[in-house]
Design a protein around this ligand. Structure first.
Ligand code: NDP
Length: 322
């Protein structure tokens, strides 16, 4: 049994992920993987702010994080940190740690593979036909081996996704800031190689982080550089896409279909035209969130590293913006 005097000294971790109902599960998991932590819900009013050393958060309210003077790290409950950086009052100099787990990689690769196969087999058309009770044979224009998947972003998720999709038989290529080397995946790098990458991509997958450079990157100019009949799969952030430009490209027939797992405003407003377009499949930001157990294991290892005086892994780099 922990004596109350010692328990008082335990570092406090506040959690804003999964709502108050998830707290007992979080406490149980952290008891297992990091028993020295005192785990509370983000909205627990009884916690003195100066005792909070760690937070694990998804979309923290603007201004809240600056209220913890002894904060040692901000752990994102997701791979992206845009939802934390959106806070204009974010305290400077506190490490921000991304949620990068093996489970996230696996789930993302599987989801992207499903989306590629469904896109290649024109499933958006088949689904629209079913809704209209319309029976018409719907054959793919070509084979998987003749279809080139291009992945924008070859980081922790994009690289694994590229290998996974390549093993399904798709010709596969990727584009990133710095050049990568991935077996059987053609790798492009930098803005100067974007056009060549786009010009030979039949199914474009976005797995970029949200940054000043990548916001709005899937716009009219980019879509025009894809070959006619190409498809777009956005699995990263809604802000990467200019939705009006996509709708125009779909309506003109230049782009055949789109799969949107993320949208600018989530949940997608009921009146959004994206809901009703027959060439769009919408999924509710479901591609690759890891289980709470995986998140707790990751968070525990990050906090352990910090407590030992080591640098936390998967740190957000303010210089790069991701
Ligand atoms: P990483 O930071 O590991 O990788 C980002 C990749 O994008 C890197 O290859 C990087 O290049 C590249 N990149 C960044 N900026 C540019 C640029 N301006 N031009 C070209 N390439 C660029 O991120 P993750 O793979 O972990 O995650 C990617 C995103 O996926 C997350 O930020 C998040 O938004 C989204 N996501 C979505 C989920 C969902 O359920 N839909 C779940 C999890 C994540 P380089 O390698 O050279 O640095």
């Amino acid at each position: 049994m922990i004596c109350p005097a010692l328990a008082k000294e335990r570092p406090i971790l506040l959690i804003k992920s999964g709502g108050p109902a998830a707290l007992p599960e979080w406490q149980e998991l952290f008891h297992q993987y990091s028993p020295q932590l005192d785990v509370h819900h983000w909205n627990d009013k009884d916690i003195p702010p100066e005792r909070v050393e760690y937070v694990l958060v998804w979309q923290p309210q603007a201004g809240r994080l600056r209220g913890y003077p002894n904060l040692r790290a901000i752990l994102s409950s997701a791979a992206g940190v845009d939802h934390i950086l959106a806070d204009p009052h974010l305290p400077a100099g506190i490490p921000i740690v991304r949620m990068v787990t093996q489970e996230t990689r696996q789930r993302m690769a599987e989801f992207a593979a499903m989306a590629c196969l469904m896109t290649q087999k024109s499933m958006h058309r088949i689904i629209a036909q079913q809704r209209a009770q319309h029976w018409e044979e719907c054959l793919p224009q070509n084979n998987v081996g003749d279809t080139r998947v291009g992945i924008m972003g070859l980081g922790s998720l994009g690289a694994v996704t590229a290998s996974y999709v390549q093993r399904l038989g798709f010709q596969t290529q990727g584009w990133s800031q710095s050049r990568k080397s991935i077996p059987d995946v053609r790798c492009y790098a930098g803005p100067q190689e974007l056009s060549a990458f786009l010009g030979s991509t039949n199914i474009l997958i976005c797995l970029l982080p949200e940054t000043a450079e990548t916001r709005g990157i899937i716009n009219r100019t980019l879509l025009q550089q894809l070959p006619g009949g190409a498809s777009v799969i956005n699995l990263a952030r809604g802000s990467h896409l200019i939705a009006g430009d996509l709708l125009a490209a779909l309506d003109s027939g230049h782009i055949a279909s789109a799969w949107l797992d993320v949208v600018d405003e989530e949940p997608l407003p009921r009146n959004s035209p994206l809901w009703h377009h027959s060439a769009i499949i919408i999924t509710p930001h479901s591609a690759a969130s890891p289980s709470r157990r995986e998140k707790a294991i990751h968070a525990a290892s990050v906090i352990h590293a910090i407590e030992q005086g080591r640098e936390a892994p998967h740190l957000y780099d303010p210089g790069r913006g991701y």
